[in-house]
Design a binder for this molecule. Sequence first.
Ligand SMILES: [Zn+2]
Length: 125
Amino acid sequence: MSGVYCGGCGEGDLLPDPGGTGRRPVRCDLCGWTADEAELPRKWPADDEAPWTKRERKAAGRLFFLWIDLDPDDDAAVFEIMGLLGLENLSLAPRVLVELGARPSAETLRKLSGVRGVRGVRLVP
Ligand SMILES: [Zn+2]
């Protein structure tokens, strides 16, 4: 699997995902991103990247991945999510991956799920 990096968090060991779809379904063990490896472009991280930093931060309990399914045309939802999570920016996409330095509280997750335009929230265990 070397040379193939996660499209969610940018790191991870992509592991075979027998339940997934595609010719060679794979899954990121860090953030839960899934893909068909047969369809993935191969790339190598730049020399100045520290490829395992996120893994170490996650292992240390200082990095949490949160997937949010939302309506990208709903600006209000995007700003509300940024406010709830204290983010300064958020990419507009039907599914976004947010990296957090602390585990969001159940209350925060509940509020997120209740934001109009948010279709799903999933904290990676
Ligand atoms: Zn990942």
